[in-house]
Design a protein around this ligand. Structure first.
Ligand code: XIL
Length: 397
């Protein structure tokens, strides 16, 4: 009976794949599937009882001294009560998707709008979740007035004032702050690999140190993080970025900048064949040796280039979650895994990486009806298999 079911599953899987390879001609996907044995994986979540098998991600992570959480927004959590209940059930930490970015916080040069962020903090506390700060310094989501108002004369004061005001407002209540986000961009051609953008133009590379020092003074309790993307695969581009990020972290540590952790965004691609566990581990080890903790901060897996068949898509997406997490969780410095959203109902990838066939994307642990899918199993399995860490420092109750 079981054998028959497996065979049927295998047959329909191959059918879904076959239609795709003929139509799309993407043989490399076929290769990835064979290389990782995706057809054979069962993604079964272990547990003695039904209840054990249903244990939410936050508890599975906690059992290993890890934190699991996700991003969401005031808009979603306040209007969708069922989603909010699932969020509270699965997550031990909440990351505001928009509320703490300049675009929301700074409607005008002399105003701070803390309302949506405060609402989220309250929601987090009510549901026994930690709260994360994202993000103080980023080249995107800046308000319209930014280019008119910020110049080389007032840049230092503007940067300090923003960080001081925002970090003090939430002082003592934030688990960790992404102080600087995406400041490395080797394509801009600088020898230090830093991104060319207004803060760098006005203040030079020291703006990064300034941002961390200001944040540390405003909230000595928060874990201060440098966060970046594009570091996950064995490509020349990711390799160059890994090198530049490592150099930046080394520079910061050697001059005594108060930085405590590195945030690896991990926006992954299910069709990507160039996954190299050895290189990824070596990169994380290098960071850990700088005495930095590591957080996986924005994990999701795009299914943009996968066949339409949901069975095939879900397996490949789950396969990428499992490969990635089992690799990074082997590094003891990794203390948290945060997904960029919880359910396919609300994911930035619907707009950012829409599918050509317009089928709804399936990138997160829960589907659009809030049911757990194979991606959830993959994350649960990775937590269950992860080595146990010492309970984290700097937790805010
Ligand atoms: C994204 C949000 O999810 C989108 O809704 C928004 O329009 C753009 O920003 N890296 C980050 C996040 O650090 O802040 C981004 O969030 C996704 C990429």
């Amino acid at each position: 009976m079981l054998q028959k079911r497996v065979l049927t599953r295998r047959r329909s899987f191959l059918l879904g794949m076959g239609a795709f390879t003929v139509a799309g001609g993407l043989m490399h996907l076929h290769n990835r599937m064979q290389a990782i044995g995706i057809e054979q994986r069962n993604f079964t979540v272990m547990g003695d009882t039904l209840r054990d098998r249903h244990t939410p991600l936050r508890d599975r992570a906690a059992a290993k001294g890890l934190l699991y959480g996700a991003t969401s927004s005031h808009l979603r959590l306040s209007s969708d009560k069922i989603f909010a209940a699932h969020f509270a059930q699965e997550c031990a930490i909440l990351v505001p998707e928009w509320e703490l970015k300049w675009g929301t916080l700074r409607p005008s040069p002399d105003r701070f709008n803390f309302e949506p962020g405060d609402w989220l903090l309250k929601f987090a506390r009510q549901h026994n979740m930690l709260f994360r700060g994202h993000t103080l310094v980023w080249h995107k989501n800046l308000p319209q007035w930014f280019t008119d108002k910020v110049d080389s004369r007032n840049a230092e004061q503007m940067l300090r004032q923003h960080i001081e005001t925002v970090v003090k407002h939430y002082a003592g209540q934030v688990h960790s702050w992404d102080v600087v986000n995406e400041a490395v961009f080797p394509q801009d051609g600088r020898s230090d690999g830093l991104r060319q953008w207004p803060w760098l133009q006005f203040l030079g590379p020291d703006y990064i140190d300034l941002a961390f020092r200001t944040a540390a003074e405003a909230d000595p309790k928060a874990l201060l993080v440098y966060n970046d993307y594009g570091l996950d695969y064995d490509t020349w581009k990711d390799e160059a970025k890994r090198g530049a990020v490592l150099k930046l972290l080394e520079r910061l540590k050697s001059r005594g900048t108060p930085i405590h952790a590195f945030g690896m965004q991990a926006h992954l691609r299910a069709d990507e064949t160039r996954f190299n566990a050895k290189k990824l581990k070596a990169f994380l080890r290098n960071i850990a040796e700088l005495d930095l903790k590591i957080l996986i901060t924005e994990l999701d897996v795009t299914d943009k280039k996968l066949p339409k068949d949901i069975n095939v898509r879900d397996r490949l997406v789950a396969g990428m979650y499992e490969d990635y997490l089992s690799t990074v969780l082997d590094e003891p410095a990794v203390i948290a895994v945060l997904t960029w959203g919880l359910s396919d109902k609300y994911t930035w990838l619907a707009k950012e990486k829409p599918r050509k066939d317009r089928a709804p994307v399936r990138t997160l642990p829960l589907d659009a009806r809030l049911s757990r899918k194979l991606a959830w199993n993959a994350i649960a399995r990775a937590f269950d298999r992860a080595p146990k860490r010492d309970v984290q420092h700097r937790e805010t109750a």
